[in-house]
Design a protein around this ligand. Sequence first.
Ligand code: FMN
Length: 210
Amino acid sequence: MTQREVPLQPVRSTPSTGGLASLLMRRRSTRDFGHRPLSIEQVALMAWAAQGRTTGERRSCPSAHALYPLTLTVIAGNVDGLAAGAYRYDAERDVLTLVAEGDHRDPVAGTTLVDHAWLREAAALLLLSGDVEAAARHFADQPPLGRRGERYVWLEAGHASQNVYLQATEAGLGAVLVAGFDDDRLLGLSPAVVPSGQHPLGLLGVGHPA
Ligand SMILES: Cc1cc2nc3c(=O)[nH]c(=O)nc-3n(C[C@H](O)[C@H](O)[C@H](O)COP(=O)(O)O)c2cc1C
């Protein structure tokens, strides 16, 4: 007999308290950040979760053809052990390189489409950008021609964002993905904030919840 409706709750095993299901249950977008600084270790953990290397050349998030077209820029403002500045994350070497000195949280948060004043209070902003052109060229022979690569870049940014959310949840930190920003205004900031030739994809505020 075919069942049209199959209730899953009775057959699903109960999520363990420390497992992934528990993290998924507890993950929430945080928009109320406290003043406590993040530690450099916590920033290192977030950067690794977003784009870090795992085995060999592979990374924490999946990537079509293992192309890895994303770049992570850490906009640090209130991080113990890390001077305020914009830093590029080199996933291959697991290194942050300073690309612009000073606290860029305010101008970056100011590019949101609606007022996100609270985003300025996040101890660090993680900016995900991607080389859409390179991905479009790489996947040029896959339909829809010329557009497949761009889709893959956006999808990958979603994976990286969820990694940050889950890692933040596990570490007792708050995170929020903000994708409602004005691309042109963001691109018009210090050229170091978004790498040249890249498209801004998402901005994650991370910090201690208030
Ligand atoms: C693609 C995407 C874009 C988002 N953009 C914003 C944003 O611009 N501002 C914001 O406050 N939240 C943004 N969010 C977070 C959502 O508002 C949030 O996930 C939703 O309200 C559900 O709440 P939860 O994350 O706590 O489950 C975005 C989420 C996604 C997936």
